[in-house]
Design a protein around this ligand. Sequence first.
Ligand SMILES: Cc1cc2nc3c(=O)[nH]c(=O)nc-3n(C[C@H](O)[C@H](O)[C@H](O)COP(=O)(O)OP(=O)(O)OC[C@H]3O[C@@H](n4cnc5c(N)ncnc54)[C@H](O)[C@@H]3O)c2cc1C
Length: 430
Amino acid sequence: MRPLSDVPLTVVGGRGPHGLALHLLLQDRGVSGYRLLDKAADWLPLYGPGGPMQAVGHLRSPAELDFALGVPERGMGAFEDDDGSFPLRGVYRLEDAAASAFNLSTTPAHRAPRLAFWRYANCVARRSGADAHVLQASAARLEPVWEGAEGHWRVHLEDGRSFATAAVVLATGLGPHLRVPRPWRPWWARLPEATRAHVLGFRYEGLAGKRVVVAGSSNLSSWEAAIRAAEAGAKVTLLSRALNPIEWQLPFAPHWFQADFMARFMALSPEKRLRTLRKTHVPNTSLPGLAARARALGVRVTFYARVQAAAPLWGGVQLQYRTPEGDHAEYADLLLAATGAAPRLRELPLIAETAREHRAPVVVGGPAKHRPILDDTGRWKNLPPLYPMGAHALTRGGLGVNTLASATAYLPLTLPHIARAAGLALPKSA
Ligand SMILES: Cc1cc2nc3c(=O)[nH]c(=O)nc-3n(C[C@H](O)[C@H](O)[C@H](O)COP(=O)(O)OP(=O)(O)OC[C@H]3O[C@@H](n4cnc5c(N)ncnc54)[C@H](O)[C@@H]3O)c2cc1C
């Protein structure tokens, strides 16, 4: 195997939206010297045909969250599919969603079909020559190399190779952080793998005639998973810890998607940012019509149901759950956990040891709990230059960073700092 050259800047998770956005932004400015490190074979694997978003038919986000990044011809509306159609042309814009009637009247035609968005991103990547910057490999460990108070990184790969880089953009997404509730863990571990899965790691194959229990809450993924399993021919029960979902198009106030709001938010002191986040109410929302669709497909829904335990039985699972009416039992061939993700960067295997040894700080309370504490340039404190993205950048970039806004609004704002830390010169206008 050929040894790897050192590079100024590395995106770990480089084939996700952040890697693609960083490539487009730097290439537009004539800058090179970055490596997009990713284990995936294609772009935006999260959204792809084999990815973990199998139950998501349409994106929730507006047309502004695309890879135009200042070049309108690169926008999702201009994307022409293989059959000559323009599947992303009708996607709603933020100004449409400002009218409350829109949330009631919206249909899937106003939203981006997930697979069309994936083809669009792959097309943008191919046309822009992004593959030339990709190293397809899995990152195993980030080792800090200190030179006095400053330092750089040595990136160790699963295949044994390594290289040095001045700065790291960490964009490994939610995939490594799928959550199973703590009280479930003793019995969950004892269930045979064929009888239990997390909705974000499940492919919805071979379900015809099977009995499936989706255990979740009024969150979007519970309802989407129940619908997807029913469409695949399963007999589905949804055990929901809460009531029907709040059916609303936008997951939270639309200003979190806007670069100028995000810039103002990022200019606040770290204390004020945290205070703002603590006050922001984030409702559990799902798309209008979702609950009605589930019922039309025959999904049986039980509210205020809490799964207590499950045990293997006759090749399936015997479940016990509790409702206000009392204790109940249910048999299923498969238990699907729609229990979300817990993005704790200090638990990500490739950085865990380093973060612990160097006391890289995290927020200890409130809705931003376990998120890294970043300095005013978006860099994780106490470490050589490392810029967490997406859900891990919450305290600096706000709630929008849980979405594509992280790659398309937060990253462009942070890029000048990242480039400086990597020793890359951006042209003056950037
Ligand atoms: C079910 C679901 C629905 C969503 N719907 C929307 C929506 O409608 N609108 C919206 O704006 N956002 C949506 N999001 C959020 C949005 O997709 C994410 O915010 C965005 O994809 C995050 O980008 P990312 O680059 O951080 O991570 P990802 O897109 O997850 O990419 C992570 C990359 O890291 C790579 N990787 C991971 N570990 C390693 C490693 N050790 N070595 C090398 N590579 C590695 C993976 O292969 C992958 O390419 C949704 C998310 C989910 C889970």
